[in-house]
Design a protein around this ligand. Structure first.
Ligand code: ATP
Ligand code: ZN
Length: 299
């Protein structure tokens, strides 16, 4: 028995998807890109990879060609998944990578230094908006009762206003530097997206369901570990309660006596530990503070 998982053949999602799977102990026998082969198998888990364009992943999973898939939420939405009357897949987990937003941006002179909060969507009425997300934009315009013209462009949407084919763009943005380089400024965020793990709604054999659950447990372990930090410090015994209060989501601190008035504290913090927290720990007497990442964290 093996389950099939669809992922992006090559692009922004592929490396990150493999990185997560590798941390889960599921790696491709022919390397991440598989020398362009469509199907690959995992070395140490009964799983087969289907390497395809990200745009095709929702359909493959929907049709049950593939039990699982890793894809950006933006692609699901453009394909109508999750919209009323649209097709369905189960979103098992948000994966926390490939984060981006679909934003409406205008030539910066038009925003005239207005803050995003001040600018009003109605300003889009009568405008031509270039996008690779025509369905999402059409749905958005309908919900917001905007009268816009959608100009569908497959790539490099950001150059459309400069070429005079559109007045504004609706495009995926992560840092915003591409927009800026093209003289555009963000006015509105239509949605925020990240990579998700999806499963078909079609019936799955119980043995396959078990494999899905095993994989999910591993993903949860990796994600928990990504968020957590192992923290060690020495401190005066009387500061233990204060330290407990300072640390974010502290799990089971181990307290080891060093001498009559000092202890060593070892603990797992369920969030990243920032400089400010470390400074507060120092201010209550903690010293020799060591914060390190965690590779796996199984509850
Ligand atoms: P394919 O050849 O598979 O169709 P693509 O060109 O559609 O690839 P990529 O550019 O590799 O796709 O992006 C894949 C996904 O990465 C996007 O659908 C989105 O979820 C995510 N992403 C994250 N940041 C960005 C960004 N700045 N621009 C575009 N996509 C981004
Ligand atoms: Zn694509």
């Amino acid at each position: 028995m093996t389950i099939r998982l669809s992922l992006q053949k090559s692009g922004r999602l592929s490396r990150l998807s493999y990185d997560l799977l590798t941390k889960c102990g599921v790696s491709a026998s022919d390397g991440p890109e598989g020398d362009g082969r469509l199907i690959g198998s995992a070395i140490d888990f009964p799983l087969e990879f289907l390497r395809v364009r990200d745009d095709d992943i929702p359909e493959y999973v929907h049709d049950g060609v593939s039990t699982l898939g890793i894809v950006g939420e933006n692609v699901l939405w453009e394909r109508g998944f999750g919209r009323e009357g649209g097709p369905e897949v189960k979103v098992l987990r948000k994966l926390g990578f490939a984060r981006c937003r679909l934003a409406i941006a205008l030539p910066k002179e038009e925003l005239q230094g207005q803050a995003k909060a001040v600018w009003r969507l109605e300003a889009l009425n009568g405008k031509r908006i270039a996008t690779t997300y025509p369905e999402v934009l059409r749905d958005f315009a309908k919900r917001k009762e905007l009268d816009i013209e959608i100009v569908y462009i497959r790539g490099a949407v950001e150059i459309a206003p400069g070429l005079g084919v559109a007045d504004a763009v609706c495009d995926l943005v992560s840092t915003g530097s591409t927009l800026k380089a093209n003289g555009l400024a963000e006015a509105y965020t239509v949605f925020e997206s990240e990579a998700v793990l999806i499963q078909t709604e079609k019936p799955v054999a119980s043995t396959d369901e078990e494999l899905v659950n095993r994989l999910l447990q591993r993903i949860d372990g990796v994600q928990r570990a990504n968020r957590s930090r192992y923290i060690m410090m020495n401190a005066p015994s009387e500061a233990v309660e204060e330290i407990r209060a300072i640390l974010p989501g502290l799990q089971g601190p181990t307290i080891i006596p060093i001498d009559p008035s000092n202890v060593a504290i070892h603990a797992v913090a369920s969030e990243d530990v920032f400089w400010e927290t470390i400074e507060r720990l120092k201010s209550v007497g903690a010293n020799s503070i060591l914060v390190s990442p965690i590779e796996k964290l199984i509850a």
